[in-house]
Design a protein. Structure first.
Length: 319
């Protein structure tokens, strides 16, 4: 079986030679047939030149360079599209993921027949406040929302069957939730393996508060898409019906009160003076808008075209 190792990176020139040597050592020790795909996500340092030099030393090294920084999910998407191995390993370029874990992940996919195996960095060396606590919160929310019970969704070290990566769409910042995407695509055998986490050796972490916020927004998006992505009218239509019911009940109550007052001779107040009138009107307007949103969602779903989400500047050893 062939291995594809996909490594998205941003400004990691110092780590790349050491990471490459480490991977090659593991490949030779286990007699693996392999390819290494470095995806340069718009680095501004000398990362691309380093990848070019490594490809001259080792024909198994391949590279893709984006015109600018498009994000890790887009980098993984590009790597998945080009990967040719039967088993795909993804890992970060900062040396925090150990290549020595690859044989164990490979065996879980090939021998235990897992569709996807996610690494679990049980003991972490990241900053407690800026990364550990947000990661724990992410993982808890992802488990509760998705029903995929992994301890570490954020771990970049994962192994996949080729058929999995060819049948999922990774966009936005959905790379955190690839196991959820795989489950939604019908791949149910998802496992987890405790892996070693190493302290960053070079450079600085790319993690920031914007990624913390974006991660939660993407979690809401993936929850919505997993339940209503193929049938948006079911959500918006149901909400629209609820608003119409509220509006009709309020209208019925207003009419009833109006008739009672008419027959009793005490009708001196205009309908527009009743707060329920505005509740009924607002509810019906919102209900109409929700129905329109559902219809538009259905139309877009049926007519959408796959858009190019990144631009590639250069490739190495790829056709």
């Amino acid at each position: 079986m062939n291995l594809s190792i996909i490594i998205p990176l941003l400004n990691e020139q110092e780590s790349l030679p050491e990471l490459h040597s480490w991977i090659v050592k593991v490949m030779k020790e286990n007699n693996y047939s392999y390819e290494i795909l470095f995806i340069d996500d718009g680095s501004t340092d000398d990362s691309w030149n380093t990848i070019e030099n490594l490809s001259k030393e080792n024909s198994c090294v391949k590279g893709i360079r984006f015109l600018r920084n498009f994000g890790k999910s887009q980098a993984l998407h590009a790597g998945f599209a080009k990967a040719q191995g039967d088993v795909i390993i993804t890992m970060d370029a900062d040396l925090q993921d150990s290549p020595d874990e690859i044989p164990g992940l490979f065996k879980m996919v090939t021998e235990e027949n897992f569709d996807l195996v996610s690494g679990w960095k049980k003991k972490r060396y990241d900053h407690v406040v800026t990364k550990n606590l947000p990661s724990k919160l992410f993982n808890w929310a992802a488990r509760k929302t998705s029903g995929v019970y992994l301890n570490d969704f954020n771990c970049g070290l994962k192994a996949y069957k080729n058929v999995v990566i060819k049948n999922i769409e990774v966009s936005g910042e959905m790379h955190r939730y690839i196991p959820v995407l795989a489950k939604n695509a019908g791949f149910g055998k998802i496992g987890e393996k405790v892996v070693i986490h190493q302290a960053r050796k070079y450079g600085e972490s790319k993690f920031g508060m914007s990624r913390f916020v974006n991660g939660f927004l993407d979690l809401i998006t993936i929850w919505f898409l997993s339940r209503y992505g193929k049938r948006p009218m079911h959500l918006f239509g149901a909400a629209g019906v609820l608003m119409f019911i509220i509006g009709f009940l309020a209208t019925g109550f207003i009419i009833t009160i109006k008739l009672i007052k008419l027959y009793s001779g005490f009708d001196t107040i205009l309908v527009t003076s009743n707060p329920l009138f505005y509740i009924a009107l607002t509810s019906m307007i919102i209900g109409t808008q929700l129905f329109l949103a559902g219809f538009l969602g259905e139309i877009i779903l049926r007519t959408k075209n796959n858009e190019e989400r990144y631009k590639i500047a250069s490739e190495i050893n790829l056709q």
